[in-house]
Design a protein around this ligand. Structure first.
Ligand SMILES: [Fe+2]
Ligand SMILES: [Fe+2]
Length: 313
């Protein structure tokens, strides 16, 4: 509290004393007025200070409140955002789980399909072996040559395997060829040859329309086509013949030449290979021939022959 000024107290006396007393009274009054004025000024100043402080504090309080509201808003937004994000993650996880489940089912279905397909192949190959002894070993060797050639040409492993198992069915259509023609040791008549030719289309038909046998169907139909277009059944030329059939053609003929058949003895590997090389660009795809030749030079052809002999049937 500000200090209030104290009035000067003058002792009272008589006579002139009356004037003096008046004067003193006036002085006292003036002093009292000045003191009251001063006190009033100080009170006003205090009130102003208080009002100022109060309004400053009010402003601070308002700012603070606004800040708090702003923060609450931000927090609410953050909460909403976090909830949205969580929901997104939840649905993303669900989607991923569903996708993984579908992928698993697809894998299982594919595996099943593959197993059934491979089972069907072994049944068909068995049927062909029963009808034509020596066929089993021939099919195994052709498969091995085809896989080795495909690998040498840099095809992906999946494709190599597919070509291998599909090649086993190249002559599956011969199930319908009469035995007396199939096992004849005489030169075939043109009519008989027409019957033989039929095995390509029969094979394609036997293999149905499943995706698993797509390559096998192409091989069955086209393995007697020639690079120069003079083969059968359609006279396809060059790369119009599927790569699978071009590879099988080279391997099939090579094995037929170097195996014993009812109508001929087995040729030596050297003679067989020379005939194949001679046919490059006319009967055979030169690229497939070069691949088989490269395998022969690395001793792989002899290796396969040693592993799969004719007695394997
Ligand atoms: Fe054939
Ligand atoms: Fe064959």
């Amino acid at each position: 509290m500000p200090e209030t000024p104290q009035p000067h107290v003058v002792p009272a006396s008589g006579g002139e004393d009356g004037d003096q007393a008046d004067q003193m009274l006036r002085q006292l009054l003036e002093q009292a007025l000045r003191a009251a004025q001063l006190a009033n000024q100080q009170a006003v100043k205090m009130a102003q200070d208080f009002a100022e402080t109060y309004s400053r504090e009010q402003k601070l309080a308002r700012d603070l409140e606004a800040k708090v509201q702003e923060l609450q808003l931000t927090q609410r937004q953050a909460t909403v955002f976090a909830e949205d994000l969580a929901q997104m993650l939840r649905s993303e996880r669900t989607r991923r789980r569903e996708l993984e489940r579908s992928m698993d089912q697809l894998r299982i279905a594919n595996e099943e399909l593959r197993r059934n397909g491979l089972q069907a192949i072994s049944h068909l190959a068995l049927a062909a072996s029963i009808k034509d002894p020596g066929t089993g070993a021939h099919l195994q060797r052709v498969r091995r040559y085809v896989e080795a050639v495909a690998q040498h040409l840099g095809l992906p492993q999946e494709k190599v395997e597919e070509l291998g198992y599909s090649s086993v069915m190249h002559d599956v259509g011969k199930i319908h060829t009469p035995d007396h023609i199939l096992q004849s040791t005489d030169t075939l008549s043109p009519e008989q040859f027409e019957v033989i030719k039929q095995h390509c289309l029969d094979g394609e038909r036997i293999l149905g329309d499943g995706l698993f046998f797509e390559t096998a169907r192409a091989i069955a139909r086209e393995h007697h086509e020639r690079w120069d277009g003079r083969g059968y059944p359609s006279g396809l030329k060059g790369e119009a013949i599927s790569l699978a059939a071009r590879i099988v053609s080279v391997c099939d003929v090579f094995d037929a030449l170097t195996s014993r058949r009812p109508y001929k003895e087995a040729w030596s590997v050297g003679d067989g290979m020379r005939t194949i090389v001679d046919g490059a660009g006319t009967r055979f795809d030169p690229v497939a021939v070069s691949a088989l030749q490269a395998l022969h030079e690395r001793g792989l052809v002899e290796g396969i022959r040693a592993e799969v002999s004719d007695t394997a049937d």
